[in-house]
Design a protein around this ligand. Structure first.
Ligand code: SIN
Length: 279
């Protein structure tokens, strides 16, 4: 697509693009939304800088790209139940989302995307890595692709490394997750419903085992897939400034919030977009 209302500058050949000429606080034309959507589907995660958004406007912007979903474990902000504060405080050592994952893939209907708005960021550090799961799939041999077709991964919110990353925020604002099922089996190779491309949909953060196999039996294969998913050539790294916004596609990208800024505050507002059943 050639863009007429926005400018799009890729971060790496693999993933990520910065979009300029857009003020998300103002009303966006249909053409602009369609161009942003196109860039998002092409680059998997798009970034905007120097935005000035209220939590309410962040929700309105998110609604331009899908239906709003809810994060199961942490209550939204007062007056804005759809906006979760993703923070690490200066006296904390654990950060939220600090490992490779795709958001809440332990739900039956995991979110199609998420939008994150930087409120307060450390002067140095606190970047987020994103990785392209289409490329991870494409890099596999035909033999491995055949082996994976039909296999499902069991994803759980209880995988310890991921569970620990939400402890502080749950302590602050616990949501009642008692009726929510937080284990789900999804195909390891997922076809994106809009682009029809195949991607690897298991993650170090949430996948416990291959459905029908023990964790021990599954580990060598899953570990191999994680090393492919985390190859540097499939990644980009985004440095946040106050007012930066990221919109990512959870169906074909993973992310990892780096935890390299102990002693500093980092506060983001996050809204998630409801998704469908992975196929
Ligand atoms: C998340 O996983 O939603 C957090 C990402 C970040 O804070 O960079």
């Amino acid at each position: 697509m050639s863009y007429t209302t926005i400018a799009v500058k890729p971060l790496t050949p693999a993933i990520g693009a910065e979009i300029t000429r857009v003020d998300l606080s103002a009303e966006l034309s249909e053409q602009m939304v369609s161009e942003i959507r196109d860039a998002w589907l092409t680059h998997l995660v798009v970034f905007f800088r120097e935005q000035n958004l209220t939590p309410g406007r962040l929700v309105e912007v998110a609604r331009l790209f899908g239906k709003i979903g809810r994060y199961p474990f942490v209550k939204g902000m007062d007056g804005f139940p759809d906006v979760v504060e993703v923070a690490k405080k200066a006296d904390e050592k654990i950060n939220f989302g600090g490992l490779w994952h795709t958001d809440t893939s332990y739900l039956e209907l995991p979110p199609l995307g998420s939008i994150l708005y930087a409120q307060e960021v450390p002067a140095i550090g606190g970047d987020t890595l994103f990785a392209n799961m289409y490329l991870a799939y494409d890099a596999l041999s035909d033999g491995m692709k055949n082996l994976l077709s039909g296999l499902r991964g069991v994803n759980s919110a209880e995988k310890p490394d991921a569970a620990v990353t939400r402890t502080h925020r749950i302590a602050d604002r616990p949501a009642d997750a008692s009726t929510i099922v937080t284990t789900a089996s999804h195909p390891i190779v997922r076809t994106h419903p809009e682009t029809q491309r195949k991607s690897l949909y298991c993650s170090d953060g949430h996948t416990m085992n291959i459905d029908g196999m023990t964790a021990e039996e599954s580990r060598p294969l899953l570990q191999y897939l994680y090393t492919v998913q985390q190859r540097e050539e499939f990644q980009c790294r985004f440095h946040w400034e106050q007012g930066s916004v990221a919109l990512w596609d959870n169906r074909c990208a993973q992310h990892n919030a780096l935890n390299d800024y102990h002693g500093h505050n980092r506060t983001m507002y996050r809204v998630t977009l409801e998704g469908d059943r992975p196929h």
